[in-house]
Design a protein. Structure first.
Length: 248
């Protein structure tokens, strides 16, 4: 009986997750409704409150799942299947590299996957990286923080490996500001070894350029281009970023 109850609970929570994602796409994060989700999965609002005590708990779940799913795709792109979690979702990574592929190939595959995941999950992308949701505050050092750190590790790891292999250059900064030291400390918690403030600065610059290109595309700034052209534009941006970072 215990096993049966646990299986039913797992099935119910999977249905709640899917219904919450559907509602996120339909109404946006600010208007998520436990009552509507309960109706969609066929239980009473009181029954749903046994698992989620309000909208904020649902948002925490959705944000955590979003970071987790993105990280899983990025790890698969690098050929690191052992790093993937299990949320019961199908993950398709069209341009995955092998784990023993050249570092820059793994880095390219990671960023291409960042773009394809974002285009396939625009609502999740805006939930993770868009404007703060009014009235919502993520739990301090909670599930969203841990999931975000894991996603950051999936992004930083191939850049770190490419740097260590000599494929990318990280010039030393003479006097890094305090914020870069704090960023380096945060990265070091997830990277294989402690990294410098200079590496943190270069990593932030790479992410700002490539994430910015994805955000511009998602926000419709490249509507004057056809779909193939937007892919070519991102590929050119990626290569220009890598070219600027190669050793002289």
């Amino acid at each position: 009986m215990v096993g049966r109850r646990e299986a039913l609970r797992t099935e119910l929570l999977a249905s709640v997750r899917e219904a919450a994602r559907d509602q996120l796409r339909a109404v946006g994060p600010a208007d998520l409704s436990l009552r509507a989700i309960a109706r969609d999965v066929g239980i009473s609002p009181a029954g749903l409150y046994r698992y989620y005590d309000g909208r904020d708990a649902l948002l925490t779940m959705l944000i955590t799942d979003g970071y987790t799913d993105l990280a899983d795709h990025l790890f698969l792109a690098q050929g690191l299947a052992e790093e993937v979690s299990d949320l019961g979702r199908t993950r398709q990574v069209p341009e995955a590299a092998d784990a023993d592929a050249p570092p820059l190939d793994r880095l390219r595959a990671t960023w291409r996957t960042y773009r394809t995941w974002s285009l396939a999950h625009p609502n999740e992308f805006h939930l993770l990286f868009g404007q703060p949701i009014e009235g919502y505050a993520a739990p301090l050092d909670g599930a969203t923080t841990r999931a975000n750190a894991r996603m950051a590790r999936a992004l930083v790891l191939p850049a770190y490996v490419a740097w260590q292999s000599g494929d990318l250059d990280v010039p030393d900064l003479a006097d890094p500001p305090h914020g870069l030291h704090r960023l380096a400390e945060a990265i070091s918690e997830e990277a294989p070894v402690p990294v410098s403030a200079s590496f943190a600065a270069r990593t932030l610059a790479w992410w700002s350029v490539l994430h910015g290109a994805v955000a511009l595309e998602l926000n419709g700034q490249f509507r004057w281009l056809d779909e193939d052209a937007t892919g070519d534009l991102f590929a050119a941006t990626l290569e220009a970023t890598l070219d600027a970072a190669r050793p002289d």
